[in-house]
Design a protein around this ligand. Structure first.
Ligand code: FAD
Length: 472
């Protein structure tokens, strides 16, 4: 089916999802949230709803994090020079969401079409629409008022009495404040991971990480090698191929001497991984095929990075494992006073942020009790051992691809909240399949119209219930 009409938007004004403070929270805390991206906003929303006092530190001038399109790129296109000026965002100009809006949005505030002028009504909208949605979310729940913009957290450490000192910089001035708890929501798509390529030091071409990819123009008439095959690599290869002479994708999923042309494209080839590169400009793939190229574009992912966090090595990052963390959120020795929102990847982020944030807010107020730190540590060790036994590398610790909904439902049970809706799970599975079957057109063609109808019925029902709660 091609781009069918979806049901009309269910709310046309911003008072549809009024904030419902939870009655009689047991203990109220003063909490610092680091970052005003989708994760920090969800954390602020749940902490505020629980009754805590919240300050969100945001180093940029506006909220939105990843979803703020920034045309600037970094001085080091590979992003490996630690002294470079950091550009937070990794969005490219042509980016449209890779999830349908019904699945992607917060459960508390569905990502439905807006009737406002200038908004993007598509089911897989462009990045600007996500920014608009996050702004709507923030104004709906009064979150912007909690954010201190242009305020960078420089250091977070434990002080006497188990409190947390937050050292921050604003307008060249440095100051400190003490909080009961800190929630880290600084995002993890800013610090590039680079593929190791034998011979690269002598290779004469340019290298760039996808963090610094914005538009295809600089690739005009070039022979480009792209490493990686995740969602953004697929998008960027198509974007670049519109102007480049040739695009050669090196991917782990292509094995055994299978360099082939990508069906439906005149100038895109698929190859196994790169074996090595030579100083005269040649790139040799593992199947022996060779290409003379001028640019290598690394679409090889990102590293977790917490330059401000000082925990006396209680929390470390080792081969992209942030740990030890109970359920990807709490360091057992510091729970619930230090927590992380948004570490899992290969997930639907916004609803997951909501579940994590609810749990953190309730753990801080004493509404939900956590196991002892020994029990949490045991759970973490068991998790690491099971990964090792299954041969899963450490760097996949926070990859929740195969169990994100079990994870969300586990958190929901801890929070005594409703688990993920069945339509949401099914729609996620179908949209993932669709992405594989029709990578070029999945954003404009689908066959899950029945699930869209169910999603909208659910949104309506929740809205009615929220309104009744307010009235009652
Ligand atoms: P971010 O959005 O990165 O926010 C972190 C915030 O912390 C930033 O505002 C930053 O300025 C601030 N910060 C960092 N350090 C400090 C400090 N020291 N002091 C103060 N502030 C600080 N998700 C989807 O659901 N659908 C998609 O289609 C999708 N596509 C994506 C495409 C790309 C190319 C990328 C990179 C990601 C995509 N994602 C997508 C995932 C996206 O990252 C999440 O949706 C979400 O935006 C992450 O939110 P976050 O709050 O965890 O991090």
């Amino acid at each position: 089916m091609i781009a069918p009409l979806s049901p009309p938007p269910i709310h046309t004004h911003l008072t549809a999802y009024p904030s419902m403070p939870i009655q009689n929270p047991t203990r109220l805390r003063h909490v610092a949230v680091i970052g005003a991206g989708a994760g920090g906003l969800a954390a602020a929303r749940e902490l505020q709803r629980e009754g805590h006092s919240v300050v969100v530190f945001e180093r940029e001038t506006i909220l939105g994090g990843t979803w703020v399109y920034d045309p600037r790129t970094e001085s080091d296109p590979l992003g490996s020079d630690p002294t470079r000026t950091i550009v937070h965002g990794s969005l490219y100009a042509s980016l449209r969401t890779n999830l349908p809006r019904e699945v992607m949005g917060f459960r508390d505030y569905p990502f439905v079409k807006s009737t406002r002028p200038g908004r993007d009504p598509r089911r897989y909208p462009g990045h600007k629409e996500v920014m608009e949605y996050l702004n709507d979310y923030a104004s709906e729940f009064g979150l912007s008022e909690l954010v201190r913009f242009e305020t960078e957290v420089l250091e977070v450490g434990i002080v006497d009495g188990g409190k947390w000192k937050v050292k921050y910089g604003k307008n060249g001035e440095v100051d400190n404040e003490v909080y009961d708890a800190v929630v880290v929501c600084n995002g993890h798509y800013t610090e590039p991971r680079i593929a190791d390529i034998p011979g690269i030091d002598a290779w004469p071409g340019k290298q760039i990480h996808s963090h610094n990819y914005r538009v295809p123009d600089p690739y005009h008439n070039q022979v480009v090698i792209m490493i990686g095959s995740a969602a953004s690599a697929v998008d960027i290869s198509r974007d670049v191929s519109r102007v480049a002479k040739e695009v050669h994708i090196a991917s782990r999923s292509i094995k055994d001497g299978n360099s082939t042309k990508l069906p439906g494209h005149d100038n895109i080839w698929l190859h196994p991984m790169i074996e090595n590169v030579r100083e005269e400009g040649t790139v040799i793939f593992q199947d022996g095929n060779e290409v003379r190229a001028s640019i290598i574009l690394h679409c090889t992912g990102y590293k977790y990075h917490f330059p401000f966090l000082k925990t006396n090595n209680i929390v470390t990052v080792d081969d992209n494992r942030v740990g030890p963390l109970y359920k990807h959120i709490f360091p057992p020795a510091l729970a619930p006073w230090l927590s992380f929102v948004g570490l899992p990847w290969k997930v639907v982020p916004f609803p997951l942020f909501e579940f994590q944030s609810k749990w953190i807010a309730g753990a801080l107020s004493g509404k939900f009790s956590l196991p002892s730190s020994e029990e949490m540590m045991k759970d973490v060790e068991n998790f690491y051992s099971s990964m090792e036994a299954a041969g899963i590398p450490k760097r996949y610790t926070h990859n929740l691809a195969s169990y994100q909904y079990e994870y969300n439902d586990w958190l929901a049970a801890e929070c005594k909240a409703a688990p993920s809706e069945e339509w949401r799970k099914e729609m996620y599975i179908l949209s993932s399949k669709s992405k594989i079957i029709r990578p070029e057109t999945y954003r404009d063609e689908w066959d899950d119209e029945h699930l869209i109808v169910q999603a909208h019925e659910d949104f309506q029902k929740n809205l009615k219930e929220a309104k009744n709660l307010i009235k009652g």
